[in-house]
Ligand binder design. Structure first.
Ligand code: ASP
Length: 291
């Protein structure tokens, strides 16, 4: 049974939850349109994440948080679970849709992770349009950097984005995209670029996309570990919950994750007060947006 679940980042409660809901609904619908037409989970998660990268209310693509020097450096990864095909980019600043560049890395198949200038050179060779980094910077993020309120995800706005889906063919895929953490050092790479930490998909088990304190997520290799829990418990919500406990207790950070299993059942959990989520399955008439 095809299904998709999308997240809009772990963070604190915000006043404009209705606006986030609009973005989440559009992203779930973009992914679901692919699945409902019999398309691939890989295309569905890319479409969902692209839609949120284009939405300046989320911390990915345009609207990304800024580094301590006021720049944009984005991370993204994508994975398809049949043959463990994956692609990722880190510290990219001149592409509007990092998830689609990660997808090109996956399709190319030679490497898994490209960073910085090398990733931009690959983008040029692959015919991915470069953008002016200034077009990714929003006034809202400029203001946030100057205020610099909240050093942990628990005290900040949500905004990293991710999706995981199962298609009609039984293939699972997952993707994550982010501008990283507010005021980060230039060159810092978080979990969202790292297969196994921020993103993982294995069609025999399920798919995962994580959000939150990237350093903590990396420490516990959260996405892959969540699939181990799923294998043991065969219950996506429970696997998500136990994974968040692992993140908080062993990783010493806050965050959340979404899960889809090989049967299309979805689950999610977060330790922060908010993590926008939305999902769609054949039994629903419209996307569920319970936040
Ligand atoms: N995990 C992301 C990072 O550390 C940030 C987030 O999810 O809010 O780059």
């Amino acid at each position: 049974m095809p299904s998709i679940i999308v997240h809009g980042g772990a963070g604190a409660v915000v006043a404009d939850a209705d606006e986030l809901r609009l973005g989440m609904r559009a992203a779930v619908s973009a992914g679901w349109a692919v699945l409902a037409a019999g398309g691939r989970a890989l295309d569905a998660v890319e479409a969902a994440v692209r839609s949120l990268e284009d939405d300046p209310r989320f911390n990915a693509g345009r609207g990304s948080v800024l580094t301590e020097d006021g720049g944009v450096e984005m991370d993204a990864s994508i994975m398809e679970g049949d043959r463990l095909a994956c692609g990722a980019v880190a510290a990219v600043s001149r592409v509007a849709n990092p998830v689609s560049l990660a997808r090109r890395v996956l399709d190319d198949g030679r490497h898994v992770l490209l960073v910085g200038d090398g990733a931009h050179a690959f983008a040029r060779a692959a015919g991915v349009a470069e953008c002016d980094p200034a077009t990714l910077v929003t006034e809202r993020q400029r203001k946030r950097l100057s205020e610099r309120r909240g050093a942990t995800p628990g005290g900040t706005l949500p905004g990293t984005v991710g999706a995981t889906a199962l298609d009609r063919h039984g293939t699972v895929a997952a993707a994550t995209s982010t501008g990283g953490t507010l005021g980060k050092r230039a060159g810092r790479v978080g979990d969202s670029a790292l297969i196994g930490a921020g993103t993982y998909a294995d069609s025999s088990l399920g798919g995962v996309s994580c959000t939150g304190d990237g350093e903590a997520i990396i420490r516990v290799v959260l996405a892959r570990r969540a699939l181990e829990y799923l294998k043991e418990a065969d219950e996506p919500d429970y696997a998500a919950k136990v994974s968040v406990d692992l993140l908080v207790e062993e990783g010493r950070g806050e965050g959340g994750l979404i899960v889809v299993d090989w049967r299309g059942r979805i689950g999610y959990a977060h330790s922060t007060s908010l993590m926008p989520v939305g999902w769609m399955t054949p039994t629903l008439g419209a996307p569920a947006l319970p936040f």
